[in-house]
Design a binder for this molecule. Structure first.
Ligand SMILES: *[C@@H]1O[C@H](CO)[C@@H](O)[C@H](O)[C@H]1NC(C)=O
Ligand SMILES: *[C@@H]1O[C@H](CO)[C@@H](O)[C@H](O)[C@H]1NC(C)=O
Ligand SMILES: *[C@@H]1O[C@H](CO)[C@@H](O)[C@H](O)[C@H]1NC(C)=O
Length: 512
């Protein structure tokens, strides 16, 4: 299976293509990234300038070259300055220091009888306020500051009139007892569905009161705190989501969604509490977010395309993941994913792609760049040996989700384990065009002195490295197959125990 060694031509060609695809990613990412200054920091400055330059001049050749890596650039329907200004007005009014802007219809949940004392059930007040807000032009659904609203499972259903703003300044908290939820909807707490161009903002807190759920965590109770479903052009900005039952913020079956300046927190030991989960969605931008949870900081699953992540601070948690994909022999597709600038610390993984044995479909055109890892088990990992104990044996699967064209650039920091870079690819469908450049990883504990002790392991992974790559990744050029499950990385839920040969537990990971 060795792909290299056959002379430099193919390699050089690939190298050029990879370089071009970085340019293409930068260009594609620009639409969602530079324009929005929200959430503070990062988006402008040098990076922004570089991207702008790439966008306006130079790099034009990439358009023609890279049919493979062409993203539909979503039109940015934002008028951001107006947006900021408006937000300022609303905030002021919410604090009682001004008048509602004349062109805004403010619908305050208090007016609809919400108690906001953290104890009384405000579900109905929210629901009634929503109906009103949704029917008004230029509405602001206002959750005022300084109060705590207990709200059970609720659906905020569109379509609404234009330019709706959901202004959350106070705290929305879920009932602690799972049984207090609407029994008809135990999976979704706050569901925003069928919205177009809505903004969800205000600097408030959404608290899932998840501790009782975590205690009874099992496969049956799958729950999402905030779900944006079947929506377009939704912007979520400057909110805090914490202690979700499971997933914190899910973007599902939506298009052109931007999450900026969102902070997500749950304890490190809370099960399945993914930070941001993207499924069946296109053109999703996640930027300037800080996420620390008990599961993936960001997970991107089936039928997701053109996903851009920029300035992500992740940890603790399981890192930034594509997958899991292909469970129970299903077909999955994920294409065009770019992460630019991230800090991942105290996490199980840095950047990960994980697929189940026996699945079908593809993950392709993925770029992970400018990532600083700190005390991460496996900073770079592809794991195609996911399997469920129930459907054993996993060693004899003849299909998998194909992983192709994945580039890692400028990733450095410390690894808790020797296998800092792990490409555990399927024997039946090898990973191809895996490219590493400017990688510098060493052991967190200093073992081996200056990184000597870390290594790259490959099974059926084909590609190459260039620039300075530490640990060396020669195995990409001469990767053998047949590593099989003995070699498989530890399952998520056994990582703490770190016992080789522990049978993998049933995966608890949930997907919509
Ligand atoms: C993945 O998405 C594709 C395309 O939308 C769909 O056909 C397929 O059923 C999905 N797979 C799963 C497991 O949901
Ligand atoms: C490499 O990534 C780190 C971490 O994000 C960043 O600070 C640094 O500027 C990047 N280097 C280059 C040359 O882009
Ligand atoms: C593996 O799968 C092949 C094809 O399905 C089958 O013929 C073979 O008997 C299987 N081997 C084992 C050890 O189960």
């Amino acid at each position: 299976m060795g792909a290299g060694r056959r002379g430099g031509t193919r390699e050089t060609l690939l190298l050029v293509m990879v370089a071009l695809s970085f340019v293409a990613v930068a260009r594609a990412a620009v639409g969602g990234v530079v324009v929005d200054g929200g959430g503070g920091g990062g988006a402008g400055g040098e990076d922004g300038e570089r991207f702008l330059r790439l966008r306006t001049g130079g790099g034009g050749e990439a358009d023609d070259q890279e049919g493979v890596f062409k993203w539909d650039e979503e039109e940015d329907d934002d008028d951001d300055e107006e947006d900021q200004e408006e937000e300022g007005h609303i905030m002021m009014w919410g604090k009682g220091t001004g008048h509602p802007p004349t062109r805004r219809n403010v619908v305050n949940v208090d007016t609809f009888g919400a108690a906001g004392d953290g104890d009384a059930d405000d579900t109905e007040a929210f629901s009634n306020a929503w109906k009103t807000a949704c029917s008004l032009e230029n509405a602001v659904f206002l959750v005022p500051t300084g109060r705590r609203y207990k709200v059970g499972a609720s659906t905020f259903m569109g379509p609404c009139k234009e330019k709706m703003v959901i202004q959350i300044q106070g705290t929305i908290v879920a009932p602690e007892e799972p049984s207090e939820w609407d029994p008809r909807s135990t999976r979704l707490w706050l569901l925003f569905s069928g919205l177009a161009g809505t903004r969800i903002q205000g600097g408030g807190v959404i608290d899932g009161s998840g501790s009782k759920w975590w205690a009874n965590s099992c496969k049956i109770n799958k729950a999402n705190a905030v779900t944006i479903d079947l929506s377009r052009g939704v912007r979520v900005k400057g909110l805090r989501v914490q202690n979700a039952q499971q997933m914190h913020l899910t973007v599902y079956r939506s298009r052109n969604v931007r999450l900026a300046g969102v902070r997500i927190d749950a304890p490190e030991d809370s099960p399945n509490t993914d930070g941001i989960h993207v499924a069946e969605s296109t053109a999703v931008t996640i930027q300037n977010c800080r996420i620390g949870t008990g599961d993936d900081c960001i997970s991107i699953v089936n039928a997701s395309f053109n996903i851009r992540m920029k300035n992500i601070d992740c940890g603790p948690g399981h890192g930034i993941s594509i997958g899991s994909l292909g469970k129970d022999g299903t077909y999955a597709a994920v294409e065009n994913v770019a992460l630019d600038t991230a800090r991942i610390s105290r996490a199980q993984n840095g950047v990960r792609i994980k697929t189940w044995q026996g699945g079908a479909g593809y993950v392709r055109n993925v770029r992970f760049s400018n990532v600083a890892v700190d005390d991460v088990d496996h900073p770079i990992i592809i794991d195609q040996f996911y399997c469920d104990t129930q459907s054993r044996p996993c060693s004899n699967q003849t299909s998998n989700v194909a992983v192709t064209n994945v580039a890692y650039r400028n990733i450095s920091g410390t690894s808790r384990r020797a296998e800092a870079i792990k490409f555990a690819c399927s024997d039946s469908v090898p990973c191809t065009d895996i490219v590493l450049s400017d990688i510098n990883l060493c052991r967190s504990d200093g073992a081996g002195g200056g990184g000597g002790d870390v290594q790259t392991v490959c099974n059926c992974a084909i590609g190459f490295d260039y620039g300075c790559v530490r640990p060396a990744a020669d195995c990409l050029r001469s990767s053998t197959c047949g590593g099989g499950p003995e070699d498989r990385p530890d399952d998520d839920h056994h990582q703490g125990k770190a016992e080789a040969g522990t049978p993998p537990a049933a995966i608890l990971h949930t997907e919509l």
